[in-house]
Design a protein around this ligand. Structure first.
Ligand code: BT5
Length: 259
């Protein structure tokens, strides 16, 4: 990733500052420290390689050099946005999905934070918060996308099948252009995050809509049911075997093939 090309590709977007690293532990760690300090709204940290990239629950996120897009976007939410912060993961996922659609692809959002192509994970989102007392001061949105085939980890570390843009498109798209388009899409969707239309398009992009799934919530706890949509805070709604609505706030969703 050429830093100059990156900066010039992003120069027309209304971003805060940009920090670029050839190699870093995790862009989210850098962004969290920056956010706790003086980062402006829409500042970003971009890396060509991560040596300690993280997913949820400190799971590893694999980002080998020059193969992937790994970045963290810092938001300083306005008072109007604060009540809707739990929708941020949808905002990020829809920005990625919209950009992939512009490439002629058919992405789906596997609730809450995965983007799938042909049923395989091509990207993940990790949202972390910086608090000031009892208030949220900043939101850090970490995004990892497998661009080249070699970004995809070997199957033994995967919890779910993975793919890359190169696998699906036949060639790896330009990472600077991809980053530009995702950020542009994020910036244009952000003012609509509070609307019902935003929730409708998020629901429309959901993988497994109307299908039977199991949601694993850790500590050997799980629920099963048919995906019926999203609550207004972005929680997943399932209809259980008795037709009762069950709401899930966190977990890993799996399709139940023999339900
Ligand atoms: C995620 O977590 O999917 C969130 C990933 C966020 C990564 C970005 S990169 C920029 C920023 N800086 C960071 O340090 N992180 C963010 P989760 O749903 O918990 O999925 C994690 C699981 O995905 C792991 O346990 C692996 O099984 C699998 N995995 C790891 N690397 C992968 C890859 N490159 N492609 C597909 N799956 C992967």
């Amino acid at each position: 990733m050429n830093q100059q090309a990156l900066r010039s590709s992003l120069s027309k977007l209304p971003l805060g500052a940009i920090r670029y690293f050839d190699s870093i532990g995790s862009t989210n760690d850098e962004a969290l420290a920056w956010a706790a300090n003086d980062a402006q709204d829409l500042s970003i940290v971009v890396a060509n390689e991560q040596t300690a990239g993280r997913g949820r629950l400190d799971r590893p996120w694999f980002t080998p050099p020059s193969t992937a897009l790994a970045f963290s976007l810092i938001l300083r939410p306005t008072a109007d946005e604060i009540p809707f912060l739990s929708r941020t993961v949808g905002l990020a996922a829809l920005s990625i999905a919209d950009t992939m659609e512009m490439l002629g692809l058919a992405p789906q959002i596997k609730w809450p934070n995965d983007i799938l192509l042909n049923g395989r994970k091509v990207a993940g989102v990790l949202i972390e918060l910086v608090w000031s007392g009892e208030d949220v001061d900043c939101v850090v949105i970490g995004i990892g996308i497998n661009v080249a085939k070699t970004a995809v980890p070997t199957t033994d570390i995967l919890r779910f099948p993975a793919t890359s843009l190169e696998h699906v498109l036949g060639e790896a798209p330009d990472r600077n252009k991809l980053l530009h388009d995702i950020l542009a899409s994020f910036i244009s969707l952000r003012p609509h995050m509070r609307s019902d239309a935003f929730m409708a398009s998020w629901e429309k992009s959901l993988a497994y809509y109307g299908r039977q799934v199991r949601v694993e919530m850790g500590n050997e706890q799980s629920v099963t049911g048919k995906v019926t949509g999203l609550e207004s805070d972005g929680s997943l709604k399932l209809s259980d075997e008795n037709g009762k609505t069950v709401t899930v706030r966190f977990g890993d969703v799996r399709l139940r093939l023999f339900a």
